[in-house]
Design a protein around this ligand. Structure first.
Ligand SMILES: *[C@@H]1O[C@H](CO)[C@@H](O)[C@H](O)[C@H]1NC(C)=O
Ligand SMILES: *[C@@H]1O[C@H](CO)[C@@H](O)[C@H](O)[C@H]1NC(C)=O
Length: 329
């Protein structure tokens, strides 16, 4: 496929799995996305990054593929993850509910939109529950056809933020009632969601919570699209932000914030820039006499994700995570 055409059909999946300590195991999950049962590399597929978090016992695998290849790549990674990760033994300070905790599908190229991503998300949800007996799925975002509920809302409804959510009280949207072995997996599609985490130099989670509360979009002066958790993390407190894209006014419009912008289905979206979030965290922490600790680790912006994927695919590199170091800012 010509590279411009491939570029326009790219989608990203930031697969969250509930294991961050056994790195080999997580690499095997990533490899399952890249190679088929015969060991042949899947075309139009690359793994840009594997982020293992030790304290959280959680990893994020960034898979980018053409919309025609994403289903097989993600499904095969999920099957491997379910075989290897048993939720009955899970320990970690990050909330989670499933061996595969989250499967979000985001459009990157301009030729893919809501419909394509929903189609792929539903195909993954059905494929997973049909091939892994006992796996259960809830749907969010564009894939939650009737209500379009966002991830944060669905997680809250299901008790995901609680220390030990009661699986027995839940029903799945796809598959059988959730049980302990695989737990419950969120599958959905939406405009790109970015991670932006900032560690602050304190052991007091209450300080982190007050900063998180002030940053949230629901707070007065909070940042639109930003959802925040404060978690104890490697001898500090991490302000972990999910930065959702918000529908923007027409580009150049008077109320449009000057934030990084992209277009899905002809509609403009933008997301709060990482630098702004970091500055706000530093300011809020400073008011309580707490500094920002070391560097903040930032995931990819949609623009970075697209650029790296093009590079990896044009050079035929599947295991791009080996080339890619964490991005420090
Ligand atoms: C990390 O979580 C996995 C399951 O999600 C579990 O099997 C493993 O024991 C946990 N690791 C530790 C050190 O708790
Ligand atoms: C940021 O923190 C969240 C915890 O909510 C974690 O799941 C994610 O992997 C972290 N991302 C990065 C890029 O550090």
């Amino acid at each position: 496929m010509a590279s411009g055409m491939l570029r326009s059909r790219l989608v990203a999946c930031l697969l969250n799995v509930s294991e961050g300590r056994r790195k080999d195991l997580v690499e095997n999950v990533a490899k399952a996305a890249l190679y088929d049962a015969e060991g042949m590399q899947r075309k139009e597929t690359t793994v840009l990054n594997i982020f293992n978090d030790h304290d959280y016992n959680r990893s994020v695998i960034t898979i980018v593929a053409s919309v025609d290849s994403i289903r097989d790549a993600v499904l095969s990674a999920c099957q491997e993850a379910c075989a290897l990760i048993d939720m009955r033994g899970h320990a970690g300070v990050h909330p989670c509910m499933g061996s595969v905790d989250l499967i979000p599908i985001y459009p990157l190229g301009e030729a893919v939109g809501e419909r394509d991503c929903v189609q792929q998300a539903l195909a993954v949800a059905r494929g997973l529950t049909e091939t892994v007996r006992g796996a259960s799925v809830f749907l969010f975002g564009w894939a939650d056809a009737a209500l379009q509920r966002g991830l944060a809302r669905r997680r809250k409804e299901m008790g995901w933020f609680r220390k030990s959510p009661d699986l027995r009280a839940l029903t799945a949207d796809v598959g059988p009632p959730p049980r302990e072995r695989y737990g419950l997996t969120g599958v959905g599609a939406s405009p790109y969601v970015m991670n932006c985490n900032v560690s602050i130099d304190t052991l007091d989670v209450a300080v982190g919570r007050s900063i998180a509360a002030a940053l949230r979009e629901s707070a007065p002066g909070g940042l639109p699209g930003v959802q925040v958790l404060a978690l104890p993390h490697e001898g500090a407190v991490e302000i972990a932000c999910n930065v959702e894209s918000v529908a923007g006014a027409a580009p150049g419009g008077p109320t449009d914030p000057p934030w990084p912008r992209f277009v899905v289905d002809g509609r403009p979206y933008c997301h709060a820039p990482a630098a702004l979030i970091m500055a706000r965290v530093a300011e809020l922490a400073g008011q309580q006499g707490v500094g920002v600790k070391g560097t903040a680790l930032v995931g990819f912006t949609p623009q970075e994700c697209m650029g790296l994927a093009e590079l990896a695919l044009s050079e035929g590199i599947g295991e791009f995570w080996r080339e890619q170091r964490r991005i420090h800012m």
